[in-house]
Design a protein around this ligand. Structure first.
Ligand code: NAP
Length: 247
């Protein structure tokens, strides 16, 4: 198995795209540390789901927007797993509104989790990866970080920020054997998109050239590739996983 003896930290790994990534990497032998912030039982269920792969899997409560809390969790994972090989920044939230109605708190909350949370996790693993002279950082952006979206100014800004962060850190760490990439999903069926009205869902589906809504597995497969040795020379890249939506 290609990821035997590797450890992956996956933020927001207890459901949706994050859980699909956890399963993909665990199926290849990676040990998994899931960071969650919501329902503890969901995190427990995810860890139980990973048991079938015979890997070490643990859940850690951590709000990634909290600089100190994320630092402590990274230190704990390094201590308990013996190191980190893959950092998957997947945690994300939305607070969709037109800017006309958007409160300052809506903007700050989304930037705090999506962009600052990604920075926090990169910052706290940075030295570890440098010393190891190896690492894979994969962050979840979105096609709306590339093309924008009415009603998602805060979310689009956070996801565009992740692209800038990814490209800059990729340049900083390329000489150390650490690759830093992002995936930009389009419309993927998860709790996040299930919250949309049926009308919006149908309109979006009609616009997708592939004529189907993406699955968490579609994204997880690309993350698996970016973590692999085959992708050792791929860095600073943003891969759209959108069925052609943002072509
Ligand atoms: P989801 O089902 O709503 O899951 C979001 C995950 O983020 C949850 O696991 C949640 O943890 C975690 N999270 C939220 N706030 C957090 C915080 N402060 N600290 C730590 N974890 C936190 O969403 P999803 O669709 O799987 O989305 C995963 C990622 O893909 C997000 O970054 C999202 O923006 C991005 N994305 C999704 C789509 C899509 O169509 N679904 C498209 C483009 C990009 P708990 O489970 O503990 O609450």
């Amino acid at each position: 198995m290609k990821f035997e003896n590797k450890t992956a930290v996956i933020t927001g790994g207890s459901r949706g795209i994050g859980l699909a990534i956890a399963e993909k990497l665990a199926a290849q032998g990676a040990n998994i540390a899931i960071l969650y912030v919501g329902d503890e039982s969901e995190g427990k269920a995810a860890v139980e789901q990973l048991a079938k792969y015979n890997v070490k899997a643990e859940q850690y409560f951590c709000d990634v927007s909290d600089f100190e809390a994320s630092k402590q969790v990274v230190e704990k994972v390094i201590e308990e797993f013996g190191g980190i090989d893959f950092l998957i920044n997947n945690a994300g939230i939305t607070r969709d509104k037109l800017v006309l109605n958007m409160e300052e708190s809506d903007f700050d909350a989304v930037i705090g989790v999506n962009l600052k949370g990604t920075f926090n996790m990169i910052k706290h693993t940075y030295k570890h990866f440098m010393k190891k002279r190896y690492g894979r950082i994969v962050s979840t952006s979105s096609i709306v970080g590339i093309i924008g979206n009415a009603g998602q100014a805060n979310y689009s800004a956070s996801k565009a920020g992740i692209i800038g962060l990814t490209k800059s850190v990729a340049r900083e760490l390329a000489g150390r054997g650490v690759t830093v990439n992002a995936v930009a999903p389009g419309y993927i069926g998860t709790d996040m998109t299930n919250a949309l009205s049926d009308k919006i869902k149908e309109t979006m589906k009609a616009q997708i050239p592939a004529k189907r809504i993406g699955t968490p597995d579609d994204v997880a497969g690309v993350v698996e590739f970016l973590c692999s040795d085959e992708a050792a020379y791929v860095t600073g890249e943003v891969i759209r996983v959108d069925g052609g939506l943002a072509i």
